[in-house]
Design a protein around this ligand. Structure first.
Ligand SMILES: Cc1cc2nc3c(=O)[nH]c(=O)nc-3n(C[C@H](O)[C@H](O)[C@H](O)COP(=O)(O)O)c2cc1C
Length: 213
């Protein structure tokens, strides 16, 4: 058995920085991430907690240019719809946002969730079957932090139709689409969200927790 590590203050300070500097990235350099680094990040993601140890996440690397082109077309359609749905006062601001880095990001990863995996034998999800999807979301967050630890950026694209994505990527019919991730080195690093920098929304400063006494 290996001894448990003792995390010290220096590590905690670095972890704080990792949390504070993790960004949703929309502007990527085009140079690829080394394969061994990407592999390591994906392997580390597998230790994410999951309901009943079901590990329901399915990360699919999308390398084929034809599939990428189809995803870009899907994004363009959904984004046009989202623009049209904006109120008159928001539509100019929405149009100025860069909501995907699909053209520049060297790596594309689609994440699906198997909603009823054999693994885990159903443990813990009888009353809340959605815990399977929550587990997949946690895996995405692990991957996001693992990427940031290498100064690699990730952009989560969700303005996509889940059913279209399932068909476009030809995955089993029962899988649920969770996210489309653009991955690569960011053009710039920031410690504030892009949506804040562009004046769309502000991070709330108050704490989002309460105490019942
Ligand atoms: C579930 C989820 C879905 C998201 N989908 C999108 C998206 O479709 N387009 C986008 O520009 N950002 C998307 N984001 C990124 C958020 O806009 C971003 O996390 C938020 O503005 C805070 O910025 P930060 O991640 O850099 O702290 C998504 C984030 C999450 C967690």
């Amino acid at each position: 058995m290996t001894a448990a590590p003792v995390f010290d203050q220096k590590f905690r300070d670095q972890l704080d920085s990792l949390f504070l500097w993790r960004r949703d990235v929309r502007h990527f350099r085009r140079d690829p991430v080394p394969e061994n680094v990407l592999d390591h990040m994906l392997a580390l993601t597998c230790v994410t907690p999951s309901v009943g140890l079901s590990q329901p996440w399915r990360f699919i690397r999308v390398d084929a240019p034809t599939r990428r082109a189809a995803v870009k077309a899907e994004f363009a359609e959904r984004n046009a719809e989202a623009l049209a749905a904006q109120s008159e006062s928001d539509s100019a601001a929405y149009a100025r946002l860069k909501l995907a880095g699909l053209d520049e990001a060297p790596h594309h990863i689609a994440v699906f969730c198997d909603p009823d995996p054999a693994q885990g034998r159903g443990l813990g999800r009888m009353t809340m079957p959605e815990t399977v999807q929550w587990s997949a979301v946690m895996a995405i967050h692990s991957f996001w932090l693992a990427a940031q630890s290498h100064n690699i950026g990730l952009g989560w694209v969700s303005i996509l139709d889940p059913e279209h994505m399932r068909l476009l990527l030809d995955v089993p019919p029962e899988w649920r689409f969770m996210a489309y991730l653009c991955v690569g080195y960011p053009e710039e690093e920031h410690n504030t969200p892009e949506l804040e920098r562009r004046g769309w929304e502000q991070r709330a400063s108050e704490r989002h927790h309460w105490i019942i006494r």
